[in-house]
Design a protein around this ligand. Structure first.
Ligand code: FMN
Length: 166
């Protein structure tokens, strides 16, 4: 979240980064709670509305025990059958000082399976951020450069999408 907040302050003109803070409110994914025609749980509706409103997505995640944190995988599972996620350009950022490449590889596979357009070349992996970023802290020059370039790629990919509703 500290990384997303720092990145939000570096976003190019015309791009707004809106961190989604509802992860702790999501129920465990259960297809029985997600039947067609039923209203989804409120936190799921909030997540889906943010995804629909976004021209592109940034998945910013730590790595836990060489894997994707369970809470994040849970959120992604709620989006698997959500049509608006398909085709969205996605950046995957992992700021784990210890590497994070297992989680990153797994996230790329999951997000591709969800039919998103993962911008693998423009995603970010340690050591772009060599030490933990404190909440509210600004990125050092090298990390800021890497983030700006990643965001520029997302902006470009999002601009190539047909405008929403058309
Ligand atoms: C339970 C746990 C397991 C972790 N396992 C890994 C790991 O396998 N690989 C890795 O690169 N970082 C691992 N980390 C480090 C985190 O990915 C992350 O860099 C660290 O928790 C700092 O981020 P935070 O401030 O969001 O907690 C682990 C952290 C925790 C708490």
């Amino acid at each position: 979240m500290a990384l997303l907040e720092a990145a939000a302050r570096l976003a190019p003109p015309g791009m707004e980064i809106v961190p989604w803070r509802g992860l702790n409110e999501l129920p465990h994914f259960n297809p029985d709670l997600d039947r067609e025609g039923d209203a989804p749980p409120p936190a799921v509706a909030s997540l889906r509305a943010e995804v629909s409103a976004a021209a592109g997505l940034i998945v910013s995640s730590p790595e836990y025990a060489h894997g994707v944190p369970g809470a994040l995988k849970n959120a992604l599972d709620w989006l698997v059958s959500y049509p608006d996620v398909a085709g969205k350009p996605v950046l995957v950022w992992n700021a784990s000082a210890a590497g994070g490449h297992h989680a990153q590889a797994s996230l790329v596979e999951i997000l591709k399976t969800m039919s998103t357009r993962v911008l693998v070349e423009s995603s970010l992996l340690a050591p772009f951020l060599p030490k933990k970023l404190a909440p509210g802290a600004e990125l050092a020059d090298d990390a800021a450069r890497a983030v700006r370039s990643s965001l520029a790629a997302l902006g470009l990919a999002a601009a190539r999408l047909p405008s929403q509703g058309s």
